[in-house]
Ligand binder design. Structure first.
Ligand code: EPU
Length: 419
C-alpha cells in the first residue's frame, strides 16, 4: 500500500489552482442517467471516487469516452443492467446517487445498501422515504434496495433531516416526475446549486436550489449539455489551513470565496490575514502561532464537517485551548487518536473535542481512516518535527487530486512511497 512521507518544518508559499469538486461531480455524473443524449464534462478531477462512479455507470451500460481536450462524454441512452452491485457500492457510498435517476428514467433500480463507514452509520432512510412520496415502492432484501415505479408523480416533500446526497437524489428524480415537486428542509450546499444548474442546462425546471425550498417541474426528457465542474471548496479550505499552520503566504486561484465564507471567518479569528476577490483567496499568516478558535459543524452555510479534521490540527498547534463540536456525523474523530500519537493534546467526549494547544508536535507513522482524517494527518506532518509517514493513503486519493504535487509546489517536503 502506498504511503506519504513528509519531512515537517517547511513554510508553504506560492500560488495554486483548485481542482474540480468531487462532491459536485459525483451527482452530476449520476444525473446523466436521466438523459438520452450525450453530456460533456470539463474540469473533472482525476480522483478514485470519480473512477468508481464511471465504473458503476459503465457496468450498467453507459458509454463513457475521453476526448483530445481531456473532456469526458457520457451517454446513458442504452443502460441494460439496472443494478449497482455491492462490490462497487461498498467502495463508495455516493453510489446511492444513481437511485433517483434510475427509478425516474427506467422505473426500476436495484442498489446495494451502503453500510456504515469510518465516520458514522450513515443510513439512507431520508432518500428512500422521499422516493416513496414520489410514488416508488421500495423493498429492502438481501442487502439490496429494490425500487420500482410505473411513473413518479410530483409531491410536496419535507425531509426529516438535512441530507446532501438525499436532496440531490430526489431533485434528480423529480426532474422526470409528472407534475410539480416541492422539497423542504433541503441541504443548501453549493453542490446542490451546481447540480440544479446542470439539470437546468439539460432542460430540467429546477428553482430555489441553494435555499430552503426547491421546486421542480417535471419534464418529459432532457437534452445534451456541456458543463465545467466548479472548483473544490474543501480542497481550497484544506490548503488554506495548511498555509496558516506553517506560517505561510498562499494564493488559491479558481475558487469562489463565498463558498468558504465561514472557513475564511474562522481562519481570520485564528490570526490569518485574508483577502479575496471574485475568483481567488490569498492568505498570509506571517509565521504567527495560530490563535485557538472554537468550531461547531453544521450543514451549509455552517462550518463544514469536511473541514473539521483539518481545523482541529490548527487548533492543536494554537496558543491556547479550544472546543470542536461535530454535529453532522457521530464518529468523525478518528484522526484524534493519531494526532495525539504525534504529540497533540486532544480529549474527546461524545461529539466534542477539547483541544489544549501545544507548541510543537513530532513526526510518527500514522494511519489514515477516511478522506478528511487523512488530510488532517498530512497537515500535522507538515509542521511536525522529523518524519511523518501517513499509511493507507488510498483514502486521500479519493478526494484530493495530486496532493503531494500541489504541496511540494508550495514548498512542502512530501513524497509518495510505493506500496
Ligand atoms: N442521514 C440520515 N439518513 C439519511 C441521510 C443522512 O440519518 O437518509 C444523516 C447522516 O448519517 C449524517 C447526516 O444525516 O449524520 C448528514 O448526512 P448527508 O446525507 O448530508 O451526507 P452525505 O450526503 O452522505 C455528503 C458528502 C460528504 C459530506 C456530507 C455532509 C458527497 C458525495 N458526500 O455526504 O462528503 O461530509 O455530505 O456535508 O457529497 C467527504 O467529501 O469527505 C464527505 C464525507
Amino acid at each position: 500500500m502506498e504511503k506519504l512521507l513528509i519531512k515537517g518544518g517547511n513554510t508553504l508559499n506560492g500560488e495554486i489552482s483548485c481542482s474540480g469538486a468531487k462532491n459536485a461531480a459525483l451527482p452530476m455524473i449520476a444525473s446523466t442517467i436521466l438523459n438520452n443524449e450525450k453530456v460533456i464534462f470539463k474540469n473533472l478531477p482525476y480522483l478514485q471516487d470519480i473512477t468508481t462512479m464511471f465504473e458503476l455507470l459503465g457496468s450498467m451500460g453507459a458509454d463513457i469516452s475521453l476526448d483530445e481536450s481531456m473532456d469526458f462524454s457520457i451517454s446513458c441512452n442504452k443502460l441494460n443492467d439496472l443494478e449497482a452491485r455491492y462490490e462497487l457500492v461498498k467502495t463508495m457510498r455516493a453510489s446511492i446517487l444513481v437511485l433517483g435517476p434510475m427509478v425516474a428514467k427506467y422505473g426500476y433500480a436495484k442498489i446495494a445498501l451502503p453500510g456504515g463507514c469510518a465516520i458514522g452509520s450513515r443510513p439512507v432512510n431520508f432518500h428512500l422515504d422521499a422516493l416513496k412520496e414520489l410514488g416508488a415502492s421500495i423493498n429492502l432484501k438481501n442487502g439490496y434496495i429494490e425500487a420500482k415505479a410505473d411513473k413518479l408523480i410530483g409531491a410536496d416533500i419535507v425531509f426529516e433531516g438535512v441530507t446532501v446526497t438525499g436532496t440531490e437524489n430526489i431533485m434528480m428524480a423529480a426532474c422526470l416526475a409528472e407534475g410539480i415537486t416541492t422539497l423542504k428542509n433541503v441541504a443548501m450546499e453549493p453542490e446542490i446549486s451546481d447540480l440544479a444548474d446542470l439539470l437546468n442546462k439539460m432542460g430540467a425546471k429546477v428553482q430555489g436550489a441553494g435555499t430552503e425550498m426547491i421546486t421542480i417541474e417535471g419534464v418529459k426528457s432532457l437534452h445534451s449539455a456541456i458543463y465545467s465542474i466548479p472548483a473544490d471548496r474543501i480542497e481550497a479550505g484544506t490548503y488554506l489551513v495548511a498555509a496558516a499552520l506553517t506560517g505561510g503566504e498562499i494564493k488559491i486561484n479558481s475558487i469562489q470565496p463565498e463558498r468558504l465564507h465561514i472557513v475564511i471567518e474562522r481562519l481570520k479569528l485564528a490570526g490569518a490575514t485574508i483577502n479575496s476577490d471574485k475568483n481567488s483567496i490569498s492568505l498570509s499568516m506571517k509565521s504567527k502561532r495560530p490563535l485557538p478558535v472554537d468550531i461547531s459543524t453544521s450543514p451549509f452555510p455552517g462550518f463544514p464537517t469536511d473541514m473539521q479534521a483539518q481545523f482541529s490540527v490548527l487548533n492543536a498547534l494554537a496558543d491556547g485551548n479550544s472546543v470542536v463540536q461535530e454535529n453532522v456525523f457521530e464518529n468523525r474523530f478518528m484522526h484524534i487518536q493519531e494526532l495525539n500519537r504525534m504529540g497533540c493534546n486532544i480529549s474527546t467526549q461524545g461529539n466534542q473535542a477539547s483541544i489544549i494547544g501545544v507548541r510543537q508536535i513530532s513526526g510518527a507513522q500514522v494511519m489514515a481512516t477516511d478522506l478528511r482524517a487523512s488530510a488532517s494527518l498530512i497537515l500535522a506532518g507538515l509542521v511536525a518535527s522529523g518524519e511523518t509517514i501517513v499509511d493507507r493513503i488510498y483514502h486521500i486519493d479519493r478526494g484530493y487530486e495530486r496532493i503531494e504535487e500541489k504541496l511540494s509546489y508550495l514548498g512542502a517536503d512530501i513524497t509518495r512511497l510505493p506500496g
